[in-house]
Write a protein that binds this ligand. Structure first.
Ligand SMILES: [Zn+2]
Ligand SMILES: [Zn+2]
Length: 200
């Protein structure tokens, strides 16, 4: 068993690639993002929409609805203020509490600022641990398990999963991780947008 000091340093050194994890498994191409209808494979009926860097399919009807000038999701780029037209690609960033809409240029700048690796305590901030366990931070929570965690794979064991089930409001480690990562993802995108707008 490692001592507490070593454990802290190893937890903080654990980086995890969120890019490899979030939003890569669901099928987005076959169903319309707005109306959920299955879209035919014919090219002329398929349109697309980008949300948080992921391309989603739209049916023709929903595309037309979204891209009429008056029903554009926004009239201006959230960051640079450029006016949108129906022919411009509008990129949505789904950042809590409300989505932001960016022009292609600002979107590109934003995408380039996105990090893909995060340390474990960034993924599970104190607030997250507090609201889902009876502990106040990740270190205390991990320590209480008496399970040796020195690399990310140590969290992918049945032992850890059972501990999570017993001590949180989640039904599995997988769902705890999924929620934490999607919250992180939004938080991070929001930070990036705020920085971007300051410099625009
Ligand atoms: Zn549709
Ligand atoms: Zn812009």
């Amino acid at each position: 068993m490692e001592n507490a000091g070593e454990l802290i340093s190893s937890l903080f050194a654990l980086a995890f690639s969120i890019a490899a994890f979030v939003y890569y498994s669901n099928p987005k191409k076959s169903k319309c993002y707005d109306c959920q209808e299955v879209i035919s494979i014919h090219k002329e009926n398929r349109f697309s929409l980008t949300v948080n860097g992921e391309e989603h399919a739209l049916c023709k009807k929903c595309y037309n609805k979204r891209y009429k000038q008056e029903s554009l999701p926004a009239q201006n780029c959230f960051c640079c203020g450029k006016q949108f037209s129906t022919r411009m690609k509008i990129l949505e960033w789904d950042v809590y509490p409300s989505p932001c809409y960016l022009c292609v240029t600002c979107n590109k700048k934003g995408e380039s600022k996105l990090k893909t690796y995060f340390l474990l305590p960034e993924i599970f901030p104190d607030q997250f641990i507090e609201s889902h366990t009876s502990f106040s931070n990740l270190q205390e929570y991990v320590d209480s398990s008496k399970i040796k965690i020195s690399e990310f794979n140590d969290l992918e064991t049945e032992e850890w999963n059972l501990f999570v089930v017993k001590t949180t409001d989640f039904d599995s480690w997988e769902s705890m991780k999924t929620l934490a990562l999607s919250e992180l993802y939004r938080r991070h995108r929001k930070q990036v947008i705020e920085e971007l707008c300051k410099s625009a």
